[in-house]
Ligand binder design. Structure first.
Ligand code: TRP
Length: 452
């Protein structure tokens, strides 16, 4: 079968637009909300070190693999896996990978929309000046009052999911590309402004730096290693086909390994910079680094409330978080939408509403985890929200990523991978060694160690 040089869904207009879109997918709540609190819960420096190792040795080869599969298939992940499996004469079971990814996408999107909704609410809340001069009790109480109000949480979740659906419905060029073209540059500027602000005003910048970079390994457990690996997958948007879908719209002439490295570096830079905004604020105000999911929502408004210009910079901060969340959530919706359009011949509008609507509905479980269902525990002992987060990040994404690496490394017709990557022999072998052995084995070991 002669394969397509363009996707039926549209194409990024340049390599640069692909980088913006993929970095937009990667940079999100994972960097700004999740990275600091998970690093805080796991002792800081050592966690960060393992996380960086995972980005380089697991993240880069898997991202390269995902883009390569996507660009070779030029369809939704489900159909791309189907076509590449057939073209390579591999076991038809590999097609299941597309489905695993789609399922993971719904799981992530469901809780992602809830937290992104919180961020939107906090834009308004900070802009109103509610936190000016507030003390720690007020900040915790404000977070509690808000998250315990199911109606409020669902309202903001609905707004965020509607926005996501609207953008995806408008298509690859009009919707996705236009959004990342404006939001990503703004996001980078806002972040730089905030790092400068934290460095200048807190007086605790160095403490933040040393928390992130002092590598005391005894603070790290195997569970911490699993968390670091899960975080690496989540933050790079790997393991479910989001990057595969974006890769299917990538122009043929762009280098895949180089682009993957650029995206990984941008994403890592943003995570570390977010840490450098958040931890100095936390230390300057004598707050707890291990505050959990509430870290960003309790400590930051409090910190901003005490600082010169805090009302404005606090508002800017949550605008930044909202932008980052939108450019990520659209990449969670895209794979399933593309598949529905290919498969069921739905219009993009119908497909986007179907996918966004279903994720919204599942997400109600996470919205209610903080209020009316706060006592409901799923098998495993966690509430609905924590279960979704754990299952997606620590099981589905690493598993999906491991299988993607194995497929791209061992089972795909080598002519396809060589042609897509167009590397010299040494570099190609290096990528293939990482994809065949290092990445899958590392994931496997971490899995085994956490379960024994
Ligand atoms: N990477 C995003 C973040 O850090 C979240 C995300 C978007 C994602 N698309 C994904 C995570 C696909 C896993 C898979 O917030």
């Amino acid at each position: 079968m002669a394969h397509a040089t363009e996707s039926m869904h549209g194409m990024w207009s340049s390599r640069f637009m692909f980088i913006l879109a993929a970095a937009g997918s990667a940079v999100g709540l994972g960097n700004i909300w999740r990275f600091p609190y998970v690093a805080g819960e796991n002792g800081g420096g050592a966690f960060v070190l393992v996380y960086l190792g995972c980005i380089a040795l697991i993240g880069w080869p898997i991202m390269t693999s995902e883009i390569l599969l996507g660009r070779a298939g030029r369809q939704s992940p489900i159909n791309t896996m189907r076509e590449l499996t057939l073209r390579s004469g591999a076991n038809p079971g590999w097609q299941g990978l597309g489905w695993l990814g789609a399922a993971a996408g719904f799981v992530i999107l469901s809780f992602y929309g809830v937290i992104a909704g919180w961020a939107m609410y906090y834009v308004i809340s900070l802009a109103s000046g509610a936190f000016t001069g507030a003390d720690a009790d007020f900040a915790s109480a404000a977070f509690d009052t808000f998250t315990k109000d199911a109606g409020q949480v669902v309202f903001w979740q609905t707004l965020f999911m509607a926005l996501t659906t609207l953008i995806v419905a408008r298509g690859v060029g009009q919707g996705l590309e236009t959004t990342v073209k404006y939001l990503m540059p703004m996001l980078f500027i806002l972040l730089l402004v905030l790092v400068a602000y934290a460095a200048v005003t807190t007086g605790h910048f160095i403490e933040g730096v040393s928390f992130l970079f002092s590598f005391n390994l005894e603070k790290l457990s195997w569970n911490g290693v699993l968390m670091a690996m899960g975080q690496a997958f989540f933050t790079l948007s790997l393991g479910m086909g989001a990057i595969m879908a974006y890769g299917s719209y990538m122009p043929k002439n762009a280098s895949i390994p180089g682009t993957a490295a650029t995206i990984a570096l941008l994403d890592t830079g943003v995570a570390l910079m977010s840490g450098l905004v958040i931890f100095p604020l936390v230390f300057a105000n004598g707050l707890e680094v291990s505050a959990g999911p509430g870290l960003m929502f309790i400590t930051l408004p409090l910190a901003f409330g005490h600082m010169e210009g805090g009302q404005i910079f606090g508002t800017i901060f949550f605008v930044l978080v909202t932008f980052a969340a939108i450019t990520s959530s659209i990449s969670l919706v895209e794979p399933a939408v593309a598949w529905l359009v290919e498969r069921a011949r739905l219009s993009r509008w119908q497909a986007a509403v179907a996918v966004g609507g279903l994720a919204w509905f599942i997400g109600l479980g996470s919205a209610f985890s903080f209020n009316i269902w706060s006592d409901v525990k799923l098998p495993g002992g966690l509430d609905f929200f924590s279960t979704m987060d754990f299952v997606a990040n620590n099981i589905m994404l690493p598993l999906g990523g491991m299988l993607i690496a194995l497929f791209a490394g061992w089972f795909i017709d080598q002519q396809i991978s060589r042609e897509e990557l167009s590397l010299n022999e040494t570099a190609f072998r290096m990528w293939r060694f990482l994809a065949r052995f290092i990445a899958p084995v590392a994931v496997f070991i971490v899995f085994i160690m956490t379960f024994v």
